[in-house]
Design a protein around this ligand. Structure first.
Ligand code: BTN
Length: 288
């Protein structure tokens, strides 16, 4: 059985004063303090432990949770990653958050909210670390070549209509690399490792919610093109030689851009142009 939230409705749980700000517990009232958003954070539930915030957000959405509802957990026992992987989610160190979105967009457009979220995470992290975040296709966020955040989205739609999207984001905030298991330590980092000091998780959470809302409104009002431009700027992949492993085959070529459809366009070595919709892309060589 899943843990119960501290209260029903807009959730408030007792704030624990356990010392320095970076140790402050994530609470709904803490996230709501001076948040200033119009849509995201319409309802906030914070749990000490969940199997997965995505699963709980999905159940809430099925039960009618509004656009902008947010689920946060201090730890996850079955945090879900891409491709069936596990997202390691130790308590009180990081951010595990899922958004219920009900965009006024058709399903093909709504599917791009995961790319939008990658841009919002990069917008957020750039204010907390001395280096520029990089997006790795499709939506990993890296700091100095190591993964700091990942996104897992789920789209529920009817033939011509989006019912809801769950956008789940995990960000390593105060996770010491010494506490990561050896298999992920070489590829992963945290904001604390890059900033050189622990970060206060509440301001980072509020900033993420605000950036998600700005990008969400931008997407609905102006379409995907401005987000694709930001994605390309954060990815710094244009002109890079890559190997793409997709369900349709394996291609080697240079990246032209993320296009307005959310496809990664490759100019392949054999002269063909291919569009990567999903799958993994590995960097072979930087831009010429
Ligand atoms: C990835 O593999 O890169 C995606 C990781 C996504 C992890 C987040 S943590 C919050 C949300 N709940 C989950 O179970 N997964 C996502």
């Amino acid at each position: 059985m899943e843990a119960s939230p501290a209260r029903s409705g807009i959730m408030f749980s007792a704030r624990q004063h356990t010392g320095p700000a970076f140790r402050e517990a994530l609470t709904a009232d803490g996230v709501l303090r001076d948040l200033g958003t119009k849509r995201l954070g319409s309802r906030i539930e914070v749990y000490p432990e969940l199997a997965s915030t995505n699963r709980t957000a999905h159940a809430l959405a099925e039960a009618g949770a509004p656009d902008g509802a947010i689920v946060i957990a201090e730890s996850q026992t079955r945090g879900q990653g891409r491709m069936g992987r596990t997202w390691v989610s130790p308590p009180n160190l990081n951010l595990y958050i899922s958004f219920v979105l009900r965009p006024g967009l058709d399903p093909a457009e709504s599917a791009k909210t995961t790319l939008m979220a990658a841009v919002a995470v990069a917008d957020t992290l750039k204010d907390h670390v001395p280096c520029t975040p990089r997006i790795k296709w499709p939506n990993d966020i890296l700091l100095r070549g190591r993964k700091v955040a990942g996104i897992l989205s789920e789209l529920i739609c009817e033939p011509a209509q989006t019912v809801f999207v769950i956008v789940g984001i995990g960000i390593n905030l105060n996770y010491p690399r010494t506490r990561m298991s050896p298999d992920i330590r070489e590829r992963a980092t945290s904001v604390m490792e890059e900033a050189g000091a622990p970060v206060d998780r509440l301001p980072v959470t509020r900033s993420l919610v605000r950036n998600m809302e700005s990008r969400y409104i931008e997407f609905e009002e102006r379409g995907f093109a401005p987000i694709a431009r930001s994605w390309n700027a954060y990815a710094r992949m244009q002109g890079c030689r890559v190997r793409a492993r997709t369900s349709e085959g394996e291609w080697v070529g240079r990246v032209r851009e993320l296009d307005g459809n959310g496809f990664l366009v490759l100019e392949c070595d054999d002269g063909r142009t291919e569009r990567v919709v999903s799958g993994d892309v590995f960097l072979m060589e930087g831009a010429p």
